[in-house]
Design a protein around this ligand. Sequence first.
Ligand code: ADP
Ligand code: TRP
Length: 327
Amino acid sequence: MSRILTALQPSGILHIGNYFGAIAPMVSLQDGNENFLFAVDYHAITVPQDPAELRKNLLFAAATYLAAGIDPEKTTLFQQSRVSEHTELAWILNTIAHMGELERMTQYKDKAAGKGEGVSVGLFDYPVLMAADILLYDTEIVPVGEDQKQHLELARDLAERFNNRFGDTFTVPKPSIPKQGARIMGLDDPAKKMSKSASSEKNFISLMDDEKTVLKKIKSAVTDSGTTIEYTKDRPGLANLLTIYSLASEKSTDAIVAEYEGKGYGDFKVGLAEALSDFLSPLQEKINAHLDDPKELIAILDKGAEKAKAIASEKMRIVRDRIGVTL
Ligand code: ADP
Ligand code: TRP
């Protein structure tokens, strides 16, 4: 029995990279472990959000996790902002985090690029809040995509630094990065990861894309001038599509390659689009069913916040005592 925790930003769409990189691994670890999953709304506001949209996105996030197979009886499902200990611990960790280590964060550098002096302090501090999210619950395993590995390293470093300075307080967490699906690449640029903040809609397949959109996006996906269907690192666009095909259809890439022997990109892309839509449409039905009952969603999130708060507040009591602010 391990403590497993992950979180995602409720920022509009979720794409198949989020699903295969973080949500599906969380679902598969759910049995026999103690699990926490939450929507990090205070991370989302590090870039400007429309309040009405954010509210909608939070419900959408909860609906998606449940549709993907998260069972609220097995996984504490909640909203980060409802457990104020996250931001309280982030403040304390801020006092031991170094400017230099945050300046090195690739995600910050990417997101801040071109924004000049107008970048929010919150965006810079984002990884410290993430460390607080994790350390508050004595998390052992954090299922995330490859891009979050560096943030996990920081959480580990901060845990060790705090423990050295104030005595054993936090469990040092480990990332769990899926063997396949850890880094789904952009359809329009197989050199960069699929991302919801990509400039073109053709970069990603959203979990809510309909059949027509999926086919259109897959047809325009960047490949190469080869004519055969094979899995090789030298053909990154095709390798990415094969990975997606394999994850959506639950067939091995070898089996798919065998299926397309003697066939070209045209047939392959139609087959992939079909496999994706077959995977997405039942998921979409479930998401929509949950969205039709927002009261139920809110009740689940309330209950989750209550459970999380009980653990987090006990941990903060210890942390305050260790640093010497408890009289
Ligand atoms: P995005 O980069 O699209 O904004 P997030 O940063 O909100 O996505 O990521 C949420 C979770 O999904 C994280 O665990 C992250 O590692 C995972 N993830 C994001 N993009 C991908 C991807 N292209 N492939 C695999 N996992 C991904
Ligand atoms: N930073 C993560 C992302 O962009 C989201 C996140 C916030 C997270 N807190 C976390 C992931 C705690 C795992 C554990 O995807």
